[in-house]
Design a protein around this ligand. Structure first.
Ligand code: F6R
Length: 608
């Protein structure tokens, strides 16, 4: 999704801007641009496609300056062309924008009537014209920006420079992420601190409604009420956040292989003597978990699938009723929350617009809100009553992998803590499941050793157009996650069904050209699942089954079986996710897609 970088210093800052954009590439984008102030004028470079194209054009044209803004654009209004790429300009003003201006059509008509000429189809272009229009009415640059922003509806972050005021860069955070990076004699803004790690490890996390003035040696912040406010700065251990592909061909593969270590980090310090440390969820967690009579989980995409697995766990293990819903639906419908509902949001980034909006919408009606998140400095963490950080480490591949399995581990800890506080879980069962969680890293290693066998069969999916993923019980959301992974990185249509639903419709699709993938650990439903697989086989469907020895699924022509290690039923969804990640990865590599940055997708979905 769109990314912003801005810098002011004494040196030429174009390299800082471009390196910052490179570090935002993982978020997904389709064009890039920058604007610097040089000799009293705005100089701009914008290119469709990769940041490298922008870097080449910038170096060829020799654009340079000591203050500038830059942007990666993920197209919403208008195609990914040069004209639509940011920064957008109006006279001496240039603007980069992340988010959506919802009332841009009305503003555009108003500004056109005032004589402003538009050169793009974007919603963003109204912003520089509006600031320009306000400047003509008098007052200084910041006052004009304030008056302009007051007319904008929607969620956004802005970076703004003015050719005639090269000593200051202005910025606004109103619903989209933005951080300030503090340097020595230079300062920065970005939508993600990762972009600024080469230049600083000191950050100020902004609040909604903040206006920021960045000078070389001074940062001033005004809060939503207009008062100057001192926000604390935080020093990060940069090595923790450093991320490179190492010897792996793609970030996604690296992140799949990081899962044993990531799971260990999620557990570290959160369990001891066979018990979950309830305080790991925050000081008021014990009280909240005792009082909760219902759990409502809200999330999007892969994080929603994690929540879906947890729904099975909450009811079966903690004895507490649980609903799960995609945040984009929940936020816009009239909802009735049962009394004493604990709200649980799940998000890798903590910046997903729909999840944040759903939290804000419902928070006041809930008993309390708890988020499970990978980014401790994110908005979701700051706006939730309680937060549990998964410690998966930076996830760069757009397709979520280690974030998902660590979310599942975190959710199981929450389920155990809830079960204990509700009096529905014996100490023995808790100890048992904690031991299963502790054993997961070793089992994950065993599954990762299946990589080559999975790679070999991936070729059989390369020319297929549709795939079906089947699971039952808590393995159904695992099948959903497997289908999502395959479609997002290999562009093969994939659907997941609870296997019992097959005969109610999807069986009509099954033939020899539609591979059917099933997750089939030995559990109470295995015999039912095996009957469903026979229904597929009877229609010439080719089956790829991930099953443990005890499940006793026999390989035969048309049924390929991948032998999974035995694992306790409770934590099996975590383990069975991994072969499906590997399968999608290898199919995508065979298809030659952009594995880490699949087309049309963004890592951090900061617009609705
Ligand atoms: C899929 C994927 C997305 C995200 C979704 C929510 O691989 O990564 O479906 O899970 O956009 O993102 P977060 O978890 O950051 O809220």
């Amino acid at each position: 999704m769109c990314g912003i970088v801005g810098a002011i210093g004494e040196r030429n800052i174009t390299d800082v801007l471009i390196e910052g954009l490179r570090r935002l590439e993982y978020r997904g984008y389709d064009s890039a641009g920058l604007a610097v102030v040089h000799g009293g004028a705005i100089e701009r470079e914008r290119q469709p496609g990769k940041v490298q194209a922008l870097a080449d054009a910038t170096h060829a044209s020799g654009v340079s300056g000591q203050i500038g803004i830059a942007h990666t654009r993920w197209a919403t209004h208008g195609a990914p062309t040069q004209d639509n790429a940011h920064p957008h300009q109006s006279g001496d003003i240039a603007v980069v924008h992340n988010g959506i201006i919802e009332n841009y059509e009305a503003l555009r008509e108003q500004l056109q009537a005032e004589g402003y000429v538009f050169t793009s189809q974007t919603d963003t272009e109204v912003v520089p014209h509006l600031i320009q229009s306000e400047l003509k009415k008098g007052g200084d640059f910041m006052a004009a920006v304030r008056r302009a922003v007051a007319q904008l509806h929607g969620a956004f972050a802005l970076g703004i420079v003015r050719a005639t005021e090269p000593q200051r860069l202005l910025a606004v955070r109103q619903g989209s992420p933005l951080v300030v990076g503090l340097g020595i004699g230079e300062n920065f803004i970005s939508s993600d601190q990762l972009a600024l790690l080469p230049v600083t490890n000191r950050f100020i996390y902004l609040e909604e409604g903040d206006f920021i003035e960045l000078k070389r040696d001074q940062v001033t912040i005004w809060d939503a009420s207009g008062a100057v406010i001192a926000r604390p700065s935080v020093e990060l251990d940069a090595t923790v956040h450093a991320s490179s592909k190492g010897t792996y061909k793609h970030y996604m593969l690296k992140e799949i292989y990081e899962q044993p270590a990531a799971i260990q980090r999620t557990l570290a310090g959160r369990v001891s003597n066979g018990q979950v440390a309830i305080d790991a969820f925050g000081p008021q967690a014990a009280e909240l978990l005792s009082k909760a009579k219902h759990v409502q989980i809200l999330a999007c995409g892969t994080s929603y699938h994690a929540g879906y697995v947890a729904k099975y766990w909450f009811e079966a293990i903690a004895g507490v009723s649980c609903h799960v819903e995609v945040a984009s639906e929940f936020r816009y419908r009239t909802t009735v929350l049962p009394a004493d509902t604990l709200l649980v949001t799940i998000s890798q980034s903590g910046e997903t617009a729909d999840t944040l909006a759903a939290l804000r919408e419902v928070k006041s009606r809930a008993l309390g809100s708890l988020c499970i998140c990978n980014v401790p400095t994110s908005t979701l963490v700051r706006e939730s009553d309680l937060a549990f950080i998964t410690h998966a480490g930076p996830e760069i591949g757009v397709a979520s992998t280690k974030a998902f399995t660590t979310q599942l581990v975190a959710l199981m800890l929450l389920v155990l803590a809830t079960g204990r506080r509700q009096g529905n879980l014996t100490a023995e069962r808790e100890r048992d499941i904690v031991a299963q969680l502790a054993g997961l890293p070793t089992l994950c290693d065993e599954v990762l050793a299946m990589d080559q066998a999975i790679e070999r069969i991936a070729a059989e999916f390369g020319d297929k157009h549709h795939t079906l993923f089947l699971g039952r019980g808590a393995q159904y959301p695992v099948a959903m996650e497997g289908a999502l992974k395959l479609k997002e990185i290999s562009y093969i249509h994939a659907e997941a069904y609870p296997a019992g639903e097959l005969k109610h419709g999807p069986l009509a699709l099954v033939d020899q050209d539609m591979p059917v993938v099933a997750v089939a650990p030995k559990n109470d439903l295995i015999d039912k699942l095996k009957s469903n697989l026979q229904e597929v086989r009877a229609r010439a469907g080719v089956l790829y089954v991930f099953a443990d020895h005890a499940a006793d699924v026999r390989a035969e022509p048309g049924i390929k079986v991948f032998s999974m290690p035995s694992v306790a039923d409770e934590v099996a969804p975590i383990l069975y996710t991994i072969p499906l990640q590997l399968l999608s990865y290898h199919v995508a590599v065979i298809k030659g897609t952009d594995v880490d940055q699949p087309r049309n997708l963004a890592k951090s979905v900061t617009v609705e």
